[in-house]
Design a protein around this ligand. Sequence first.
Ligand code: NAI
Length: 332
Amino acid sequence: MSDPVKVLVTGAAGQIAYSLLYSIAKGDVFGEKQPISLVLLDIPPMMAVLDGVVMELQDCALPLLAEVIPTADEAAAFKDIDVALLVGAQPRRQGMERKDLLKANVKIFKSQGAALDAHAKKTVKVVVVGNPANTNALVISKFAPSIPKENFSCLTRLDQNRAQAQVASKLGISNENVQRTIIWGNHSSTQFPDLAHAVVHVNGKLMPAQEAIKDDNWVKNDFIQTVQTRGGAVIQARKLSSAMSAAKAICDHVRDWWFGTGERWVSMGIISKGDYGIQEGLMYSFPVQIGTDKVVQVVPGLTISDFAREKLDATQAELIEERDCAFSFLEA
Ligand code: NAI
């Protein structure tokens, strides 16, 4: 057996982690032959809860789980890690304004950035899940200058999965018969779920999704709104935010980064190099393909309609505002 892959999960006593840890530890992400060392970071008041999670992981008697390290100490948590799944974040409390939320999270991700820079492997792959995910990812990358910018990402795979499932449901086909749904921009309600390049298999025939759907109003209105507001709809119904589906999406994101996507396109937040007119340095979700060398490349040459351009720019504008607000706290 090979050496364990060392995976840090923050927010490890929270509800996403509760689904996520089991999937990782049983081999859903790194393969069924790859031993895993799990490092679980949460804040000091959650250590008793975390102890319970550790007991449960032990009780699963999983063959691949080589060790579990629970901690509230960032330096210990980031030590020699291969993968950082940053799920923990400051949640929005009642009466809290957006800028207060940004301020609290800047503090967390600045501190974790320094720990990442000092202690992680330089090849570490970072996925930020905790909201506001794009801006948190940008902040941590800024404070870990020794880690290549290409190693930072944020999660928009849940949005992609939601988009894919909406199309499958609309056409009455299985999810695997829907490909190339794209999420552009921010993991927020300004994101642009785009079907212009999506393809579907219907009755054994591959065709553009929009041709199969034959309902422009649905594509341009209902579909986009449903995906943009799905997180809120889940909260409304469950009184808790998406956790099972978020954990599944994190697994999809990391597995594709680790092993490559082949011909498939997936969406992830990455630091823009200026593709599709998006400001360089912004953490923005693009359609990408990933090689077996783990190099992420934006799908090139897509035609962007006027309708799409407007949406790409609107979500970019929100990200610029979020970034500027977050960075203003760093200067203060
Ligand atoms: P939760 O509240 O159940 O768990 C969060 C955990 O993070 C708590 O145990 C908390 O103590 C911990 N935490 C807070 N500050 C921390 C720090 N500085 N270091 C380590 N741990 C810390 O929340 P849940 O449901 O697990 O969601 C986690 C985050 O993921 C939230 O910010 C949520 O908005 C976000 N999210 C993002 C999605 C995406 O697609 N990007 C989808 C769903 C949720």
